[in-house]
Design a protein around this ligand. Structure first.
Ligand code: PA5
Length: 429
């Protein structure tokens, strides 16, 4: 299960205020649960099964099996919503160098314009059997477009035009230029759902294909999301029993009380890429019209020795949402032995790092809660099912939260300004 623990909410945003705000804004929850007509073109993710039915998952698994048979390396060419969720999932599931099973790995491109980084990617592909997957909703974004150019040429030089085509998969919207390109050159084409914006695609084939290639349990991921959808969209339940709704209300009340930053803090480095996904989701969805909490993240315990000081005592503008996993999974235990020297850490004899890390977490939360609201998102376990729950929970919360704030959760008009200036500099017509 996934739940919101409000024990450490503190005095700035109280549970009573949450209950009052819930009654005032009850219509927002009902509208979002049903899915609003005005956002019909962006709400394809709301009902998980629409784009991740069992039948579609079977097709993805079968394509992934074909790709696994001819390659050990899958280059995921995509930026933002076209790459973050797969990367976040693999990292959270404990992938080492992009691989869960030690035989097949995912490598990332299309998310940078740095020649140095792209050279690294090319060097890293030498000696491997490679397939590339260009994920681009509108196929205009510079990062994936330029990386696809580079990597397609790399494949053609190695395998020749004809043999390279079986190693190229593109994910785009039906009717797009990318689809035409695939048709003309014999590349495999997969569907980027038109009514789903990049940052809401976590549970669609955009991400399920790379995950299936890497051997992740995509069925469990989708099952977790479906279970979460059933809980959060149940309009017969008391709104206050809806954790996504309470979380969205807390965010809104925090904003109203003058806070301007939400820090997603965690004590498990495996959440590093998930926090990037969260930053993109909330940043692009809410940061508009001069509004929105700035989404940032803190990887503790390391950043207790940098950001922690500011969070505790700095400008009072931060609310801190902790992400916590309750039960250890395989690999989460490491017991410290006794020492034959007097290092003054004898109190750690026989203690598990899992418990040391938890002590650091509970102490941090108790300390920070004296100054700022510290809600906690608790996952029973860190596995594919719970990650599916978390993706759905945060996407639905973001829809609610942006609606409470009065901004459109599904556009990103600000991103256009830099793009137009950059395209002009590069001479694009
Ligand atoms: O969430 C969004 O819509 C964006 O962040 C996109 O995912 C990102 O810009 C990549 O877009 P595209 O797939 O069109 O290259």
């Amino acid at each position: 299960m996934l739940r919101l623990n409000e024990t450490y909410l503190g005095a700035r945003v109280t549970s009573d205020e949450v209950a009052r705000a819930s009654a005032t804004h009850a219509d927002v929850l009902a509208r979002c649960q049903a899915g609003e007509e005005r956002y019909a073109g962006s709400l394809g993710w709301l009902h998980v099964d629409d784009w991740s039915s069992d039948e579609r998952i079977a097709q993805i698994e079968s394509l992934a099996a074909c790709l696994r048979a001819q390659a050990d390396t899958f280059v995921l060419i995509g930026v933002g919503g076209s790459n973050n969720a797969a990367r976040a999932t693999l990292a959270a599931l404990g992938a080492r160098d992009g691989s869960l099973d030690g035989t097949h790995r995912v490598v990332y491109a299309g998310n940078t314009l740095s020649a140095f980084e792209l050279r690294r990617v090319l060097e890293d592909l030498e000696g491997h059997e490679v397939v590339i997957n260009c994920v681009a909703k509108n196929f205009e974004t510079l990062e994936p477009g330029s990386s696809f150019r580079l990597l397609r040429q790399w494949l053609v030089e190695r395998h020749g035009e004809k043999n390279a085509s079986s190693r190229i998969v593109c994910c785009g919207t039906p009717g797009s230029h990318l689809e035409r390109l695939c048709h003309d050159h014999g590349y495999t084409f997969t569907t980027f759902p038109d009514p789903v914006g990049g940052r809401y695609t976590a549970l669609t084939e955009v991400h399920l294909l790379p995950l299936a290639f890497a051997g992740a349990d995509v069925r469990a991921l989708v099952a977790g999301a479906r279970a979460e959808e059933a809980l959060l969209r149940d309009g017969t339940k008391d709104p206050l029993a809806n954790d996504a709704w309470r979380y969205a209300l807390i965010r809104r009340l925090a904003w109203d009380s003058g806070l301007r930053v939400e820090l997603l803090s965690f004590f498990e480095p495996r959440f590093r890429w998930l926090s990037k996904w969260y930053e993109q989701l909330f940043g692009e969805s809410e940061g508009k019209d001069g509004r929105g909490l700035f989404p940032a993240s803190a990887e503790y315990s390391e950043e207790l020795h940098s950001l922690g000081q500011y969070v505790q005592d700095g400008t009072p503008q931060v609310m801190e949402t902790f992400l916590d996993v309750l039960e250890p999974s395989a690999g989460d235990s490491l017991v410290l032995g006794g020492s034959d020297i007097d290092d003054r850490f004898g109190y750690l004899d026989g203690v598990d790092f899992w418990d040391v890390n938890k002590a650091s977490f509970t102490a941090t939360r108790a300390a920070h809660a004296s100054a700022l609201p510290c809600p906690t998102l608790e996952l029973d376990r860190l596995d594919a099912e719970h990650l599916g729950r978390l993706f759905y929970f945060l996407m639905f919360s973001c829809y609610l939260s942006a609606s409470l704030l009065g901004v459109n959760p599904f556009d990103q008009p600000g991103v256009e300004s830099y793009k137009q200036l950059m395209f002009r500099t590069l001479g694009r017509r």
